[in-house]
Each structure stands twice: as structure tokens, then as C-alpha cells.
Write a protein that binds this ligand. Structure first.
Ligand SMILES: Cc1cc2nc3c(=O)[nH]c(=O)nc-3n(C[C@H](O)[C@H](O)[C@H](O)COP(=O)(O)OP(=O)(O)OC[C@H]3O[C@@H](n4cnc5c(N)ncnc54)[C@H](O)[C@@H]3O)c2cc1C
Length: 385
């Protein structure tokens, strides 16, 4: 069956089960996708129940089970195209227009107006001895997106003009002006508050299994018109082809340095990124390890991350390490996302290291199926099995 005909078949299945829009919807998992979908479906006045294995209370450690809390919040279609494909790039470009809309909506719905999304671009730099890494990055970018012209090769003076606090040792870099970043933990927290104060029925500390039209919690099944499975890696017992890919981050705090945008450091062994966060904080990450080990950050990773950070700017030497975090990215074997449409059950998963980059495309695709739009957006990329 072709992708297109399987999509039509799936959409037909969904409408065969409910000829009109489903009224009672259960969402399993309140990470990134689950929260976004619950929010949007509640806005459309549907009856939503949200099941979460962990907690909504930020002070409880379980509330960080979602990979969404560990993520650095980069929305980086170009940088991620280099490690994925042109489809991810296209969905990422869609995200750049969608996130400002969502964050404005959330700001309007809440009491805070602190900016949550930033369109300041991102910077890729390499030390002079690693300049070939920068050239390779640009070559790979052109391989995936041959017509790519949305970045600029920049000199030391231009790097200093964009980010005066970076070390002056960087002779050349790339400025990816279309990229953005989110204050993602603040976004998730605000969205969580919004959900708790809405008509959405929240069931915390409730790990569930899912089936068509059913959610099974503690051996008891509850029926809904439609179930949406957003459990990320938590879906693995029912979705064997999923795997977890470990990532580690350091969070540091210093008032000595200001950055306006994420900075990636190209290095022969790893790519480090630093993303500015509120309160003079920065998230530093790099690691992508084929392991489902959730144990704390290793000494080697912490040394590599902190020494690379120090080379970005010696002023980081006085930064305080305030947190080290590890989590697992939910991924399929091809590292690409999938939205599976069945009768009474939709599952959206495999966002890998692109959760914030792909969430707008995935959420709008799911909503289009639920509201029976004739041509669900990004169907050819998302709805194949
Ligand atoms: C170190 C790191 C850095 C990252 N950086 C970025 C980045 O900069 N940009 C980007 O776009 N992406 C990034 N990501 C990827 C992003 O975090 C994920 O792709 C995204 O969070 C996946 O969203 P999700 O909703 O599918 O899963 P999650 O966010 O993991 O949410 C799943 C939720 O389901 C709940 N759950 C699990 N099992 C059950 C169950 N049985 N019943 C009920 N609830 C359950 C979990 O508790 C969790 O709350 C990063 C990831 C990591 C680990």
C-alpha cells in the first residue's frame, strides 16, 4: 500500500468509528505532545482526560520524567537537518512560525507575559584547529538541503558583534539566522498550570496501557471515543520498535556571560551546544548515547561538557553547576516521528532529539485527523507505518 493510500485508509478507519468528531478523548502521557494536545482539544471544547504516570507538581522529581523537561528547547531546523532529513527540515520550518503563535496564546491565557520563544538565530563555531568540522557541517547541510541559503559564513568580528562574550579565538563561524529557541521548562510549567485550571480532567500518578477506545489503569478499563497515546518512551512495552537514546545535560548559572542565542561548538569528537535560559542560566549538552541507562551523568561526560564550555569563554570558569540531568529520547529505528491513526486510537511518537522542532507538525497533523480535515498537514511524512 502506498503512503498516500494508507493515510486515506487510516483516516477512513477513524471516521468509520465515529462519523462525527469524537467527544470524549483520553490522552496518555503529559509530556510535550500530551500537554499540547490536551490544551488545544480543550480549547475546541472537547471532553479531555489526561493520564500521567508522574506528577504535575514541579517540585516532585517525577515531574521530570518527560524528556521534554530535560530538553534544551532549541528549534533548529538547519542544525537538525544535518543529522536527519529534508522532511524534518520542512516540519522544523513550520515550527518556527507556529511556536510564536502558541507561546503568544499561552501568554494571553496566563498571567505572565515573559517571552518564551526567541527568533535570534543560532551560531555554529569551531576552534581554528577544527575549522574543517565547520566546512563539513556546511557540506552536509547542502547535501540534505541543496538550495539552502538561510545561513551566513561569518568572521571573528561578526561573531563578536553577535555574541561579545564568546572567546575572541573563534576565527570563523556560521550564523543560522532562521533558527529559534524556547524557554521550554517555563513553557511546560505554564501549560501545566493552564491545564490544571481548565476543564481538563488530570489523572496524575496513573501509569496506563492503551487500546482502541480504552485506557487501562490498574487493571480497570475506561472507555473513550478516542485515545491518543503520547507516552513517549513509556509506550515501549506496547511498541517494541521504540528505543531510548540517552542524553546528558549540565545546567550552570553565571552573571558573567550573556548569550542571545544557542551556540554550537563543532569538535571532532562531539558537538556541544549551549542554550541561554532565564535567570543567567545556561543548558549545556552534547551527548547522544545508544543506551537506555537513566543513571546520573558520568564523570567523563561532565568533564567533556565543562571543559568544552570553558573553551567557549573562560568566563564560564566561575559558573556554578546547579543541575546535571539525564533522560532518554524516544526514537524509532529511522529516528523519524510517526503518527499512527487507527480506529479509536492515535499514537504520536518517535520525536527523538527533535521534540520541540517537530511538535507543531505532529500536533497539527493529529488535530487535522480528529477534526476530519480533508488533507491533514504533513501526512506523507508522518502517517506511514
Ligand atoms: C538531553 C536532551 C536534549 C533535548 N533537546 C532538545 C532540543 O533542544 N530540541 C528539541 O526539539 N528536542 C530536544 N529533545 C527531545 C525532546 O525532549 C523529545 O523529543 C520530546 O520530549 C518527546 O516528547 P513526547 O511528548 O513524545 O515524550 P515526553 O516528553 O517524554 O513525554 C512522555 C510523557 O508520558 C508519560 N508516561 C510515560 N509512560 C506513561 C504511562 N504508561 N502512562 C501515563 N503516562 C506515561 C511520561 O511520564 C511523560 O510525562 C531533547 C531530549 C533530551 C533527552
Amino acid at each position: 500500500m502506498t503512503t498516500q493510500s494508507s493515510t486515506k485508509q487510516s483516516a477512513a478507519n477513524l471516521s468509520a468509528h465515529h462519523s462525527s468528531t469524537p467527544q470524549t478523548i483520553a490522552i496518555a502521557g503529559a509530556g510535550l505532545l500530551g500537554r499540547l494536545l490536551a490544551w488545544q482539544l480543550n480549547k475546541a471544547r472537547l471532553d479531555v482526560t489526561l493520564f500521567e504516570a508522574g506528577s504535575f507538581t514541579p517540585s516532585e522529581p517525577q515531574s521530570k520524567r518527560a524528556a521534554a523537561f530535560t530538553a534544551a528547547g532549541m528549534v533548529a531546523p538547519l542544525s537538525e537537518a544535518v543529522v536527519s532529513d529534508e522532511g524534518v527540515y520542512r516540519m522544523g520550518q513550520f515550527a518556527l512560525t507556529h511556536w510564536p503563535r502558541w507561546t503568544n496564546q499561552l501568554n494571553t491565557d496566563s498571567t505572565t507575559t515573559d517571552p518564551l520563544f526567541f527568533s535570534n538565530g543560532s551560531l555554529v563555531v569551531a576552534h581554528p584547529q577544527d575549522a574543517s568540522e565547520l566546512e563539513q557541517f556546511a557540506r552536509e547541510l547542502h547535501f540534505v538541503i541543496p538550495a539552502c541559503n538561510s545561513y551566513q559564513q561569518i568572521t571573528q568580528t561578526q561573531i563578536q558583534a553577535l555574541e561579545p562574550d564568546l572567546s575572541p579565538n573563534f576565527q570563523q563561524g556560521l550564523f543560522l539566522q532562521e533558527e529559534g529557541h524556547l524557554h521550554n521548562r517555563e513553557f511546560l510549567r505554564l501549560l501545566g498550570d493552564n491545564i490544571i485550571n481548565s476543564a481538563i480532567k488530570v489523572r496524575e500518578h496513573t501509569a496506563v496501557d492503551v487500546a482502541a477506545g480504552k485506557v487501562i489503569a490498574n487493571g480497570t478499563a475506561e472507555e473513550f471515543d478516542l485515545v491518543i497515546d503520547c507516552r513517549g518512551l513509556g509506550a515501549k512495552p506496547q511498541m517494541r520498535q521504540l528505543r531510548g537514546v540517552r542524553g546528558e545535560t549540565l545546567h550552570v548559572e553565571t552573571s558573567e556571560i550573556r548569550l542571545q542565542r544557542p551556540v554550537r561548538l563543532m569538535h571532532p569528537r562531539y558537538q556541544l551546544y549551549v542554550v541561554p535560559k532565564p535567570g543567567n542560566r545556561f543548558i549545556i549538552g552534547a551527548t547522544q548515547i545508544e543506551s537506555e541507562d537513566r543513571s546520573p551523568v558520568t564523570l567523563q561526560s561532565s568533564l567533556e561538557l565543562s571543559s568544552a564550555l570553558y573553551t567557549l569563554s573562560p568566563a564560564f570558569a566561575e559558573a556554578r553547576i546547579i543541575e546535571m540531568d539525564t533522560n532518554l529520547r524516544p526514537a524509532f529505528m529511522d529516528n523519524l516521528p510517526k503518527v499512527n491513526i487507527q480506529d479509536g486510537l492515535i499514537s504520536a511518537n518517535g520525536l527523538f532529539r527533535h521534540g520541540y522542532l517537530l511538535a507543531p507538525a505532529v500536533v497539527e497533523n493529529v488535530l487535522a485527523h480528529i477534526f476530519k480535515k480533508p488533507e491533514p498537514i504533513f501526512s506523507a511524512l508522518l502517517n506511514h507505518h
